[in-house]
Design a protein around this ligand. Structure first.
Ligand SMILES: [Zn+2]
Length: 247
């Protein structure tokens, strides 16, 4: 069986048998993928202590399918671990939500190297002490951009006019903000979305905010962006992510 090698982040681990686990990775070369880690629960396993949830490193796997679309993990080495994520609930849930969103918004084995880079960047920022809510919002904005789901945030999606200041309406069906003149064309709307909150999301998506550790967003605005993303992600996916309730 041919072997493949890639950098990868462990995004989910589930028991498979008394000695083996299924490790789901988000990888640089293959996007999200599942591997069977045979014997990993044995005390003699070389992988014990190397591969924690959300850790990142190089994996080697045999690319033959095993039963229902799974590879066999041969090696996991040079793993960068992020212990601060496990030690803090807010960091942990931010990482969980990002991993779930990356899983839900991508196809199995569809390469997404930029998204891999964003996910690793998020883990590093959480480890380094960037405020979890802000780090997560920035990741989600980038994910929406990279997956083609970033909506129109600063102009009316119908007439292309300025969406103005203050409360705005957002049409998930049209994929953007609608101004008061065009709101009748938007179908089901998210009402009372603030243009300030959407503007922050737009800046985060464009990567214009480089020092996230210095970003201070007012708590009310942060809550608005969070609420907007939860609703919009649920709309795009067709269901709410179960990790959203912990944020
Ligand atoms: Zn308009």
């Amino acid at each position: 069986m041919p072997y493949e090698k890639t950098e990868a982040i462990l995004i989910r681990a589930t028991d498979f048998s008394e000695t083996s686990r299924v490790f789901s990775f988000f990888s640089r070369r293959f996007g999200r993928m599942s591997t069977l880690a045979k014997g990993v629960k044995r005390k003699s396993s070389r992988m014990i202590g190397q591969v924690d949830l959300f850790s990142c490193g190089e994996i080697v796997f045999s690319s033959g399918w095993y039963r229902d679309r799974m590879h066999i993990l041969a090696e996991a080495c040079a793993f960068e671990t992020f212990p601060a994520i496990r030690d803090d609930m807010a960091r942990y849930y931010a990482a969980c939500h990002a991993a779930e969103l990356a899983r839900a918004m991508t196809e199995e084995e569809d390469p997404a190297p930029d998204l891999f880079g964003e996910l690793r960047g998020l883990m590093r920022r959480l480890q380094a002490g960037v405020e979890p809510a802000v780090a997560l919002l920035a990741f989600e904005a980038r994910l929406l951009l990279l997956t083609g789901f970033l909506p129109e945030l600063d102009r009316c999606v119908v007439c292309r006019g300025d969406s103005g200041r203050g409360p705005a309406a957002f049409s998930p069906g049209l994929g953007g903000v609608v101004c008061p003149d065009c709101s009748s064309e938007g179908g089901d709307l998210f009402e009372g979305v603030s243009t300030g909150a959407l503007g922050i999301l737009a800046r985060l998506a464009e990567g214009r905010v480089t020092r996230l550790d210095r970003v201070r967003i007012a708590p009310t605005v942060k809550r608005q962006v969070r609420r907007f993303l939860d609703r919009y992600e649920a709309y795009v996916l067709g269901y709410p992510l179960r990790t959203a309730k912990h944020l």
